[in-house]
Design a protein around this ligand. Sequence first.
Ligand code: ATP
Ligand code: MG
Length: 576
Amino acid sequence: MKLLLPYLKLYRRHSFRLTLGVVLAIAALLASIGLLTLSGWFLAAASLAGFAGLYSFNYMLPAAGVRGAAITRTAARYFERLVSHDATFRVLQHLRVTIFAYLLPLTPGRLSRFQQGDLLNRLVADVDTLDHLYLRVISPMVGAFCVVLVVMVGLSWLDVQLAMTLGIILLATLIALPPLFYRLGYAGGAALTRQRSEYRSLLMRWLQGMAELRIYGAEPDYRHKLNGLEQQWQTAQQRQAGLSAWSQGALILISGLTVTLMLWLSAAGVGDLIKPGALIALFVFCSLAAFEALAPVATAFQHLGQVIASAGRVTEITTQRPAVSFDGDRQQAVSEVSLALEQVSFSYENSSFPALQDISLRLHAGEKLALIGRTGSGKSSLLQLLTRAWDPQQGEITLNGCPLASWQESALRRMTTVVSQRVHLFSATLRENLLLAASEASDQQLVAALQQVGLEKLQDNQEGLNAWLGEGGRQLSGGERRRLGIARALLHDGALWLLDEPTEGLDAHTEQQILSLLRQVTRDKSVIMVTHRLQGIEHMDRIGVMDGGRLVELGSHQELIAKRGRYSDFQQRYAL
Ligand code: ATP
Ligand code: MG
């Protein structure tokens, strides 16, 4: 239950609308009870009065009361739905924005522990489930308590004993049933939340990996697992629905017994009247109507398990601390960038070995450094530290003499141009995919960048830059995606270029073209280029060789060749 506290606090901001919703709900419930009680009494009294009472019995006043109650009930119900749903949507909107604000700084470091489908499920389905808290728990509970009190006080004008008997039965039901069904439904509700998430995550993985699963013939096994999970989820839903039926059944049974009891007790006399006549109907209908107000309460608590499980899952996101926080305020525009790494060591979370160890390195303004090394030696990790996707656990990185952390995020982004190892393309148009690197760029500039990387054919059709790139850029080949990444870099044009295997997947001729283009556009920039290819590497000012997270060699092409170490080995073995 403690898990719900932070979400209850969110209600404070919308307290007026939420309270108004509860007040209207109470008004609708009371009008409903008034309607049934009054009309029951009215019909009974009218039939008892019969023709003889045609002139003595006052038909007009109760009839007007019945109509008034009916109109009030309809109007109150309408406005209650309007106000309470509006308030809940506002709370949900506030909640989603709050969660997003927590979520953004967590990327990429802390989010890697959540599967994509699961994260989406937390953001959408779990947040949606939290609206039960007000609509299905708080509002009906408060409403039911108020109704019980009003019924007790109202009926005690006629007969205190009868009113107390009915009130105590109602209160006892209200106090006993919700905790009972909360306990019975808790485990099932929590399991439902978990199974829903597992099913959706698995479904998403199945759809995304369909091509691979088919190739290896693993698709039927996967589908079998999916079907099994769906079956479990359905069984859990059926169990919850069965429990709802039991709670409704219990309420109907208590209601039936109470009505019979009231019939029996009121028949023996109401207040001073030994022959109460139509007042018997009044008590009976009032009891029936009061139990109607209690109807949503038992099931509400049964769903509380689901709400608590969802709250827990959302809290898991909001309690994560970002791996990196951008609190720096340095923001001057720079045209030259120098870097220094002093004994930098870094390990990924949950990793048993360090990805980088004791790296010390200086990159002067305008210098070009190539990083080579075996796969997994830490080259991309080093670039990720420079973009502050992560911060090192030891050592310090400075940019133009100031700690990297002292720079404002926007300033850092402006001055660094990155071509990452896996270029991500959005399911959007070609224009949108390019504009994210330079939002102000004109169409001419976009086309020029495409021409420079040899991708002008992408916009050489009817749609031009509006050409749709398909889901995650799937319509493009690996080499085209990479060149689009380079086109983005050309548009962004920062003072520091971090290139992670920019020519990977390109044929030798295109590679030559791209390398000479990069040399030309980065003439006065600082560059760190990770590469597996030795093609054109002698043009770089210095070359660093990485192995097992360490920088094992650093120097110019000539120096390293003369040294006859790893680099000269590489050259002898792989140079074309
Ligand atoms: P490649 O040439 O294959 O791109 P690399 O030199 O760029 O390799 P990195 O990607 O820096 O290598 O990885 C260095 C080590 O850190 C590897 O052992 C890798 O498994 C590990 N690693 C990389 N990314 C993560 C991550 N997000 N979480 C945990 N470990 C990681
Ligand atoms: Mg890499």
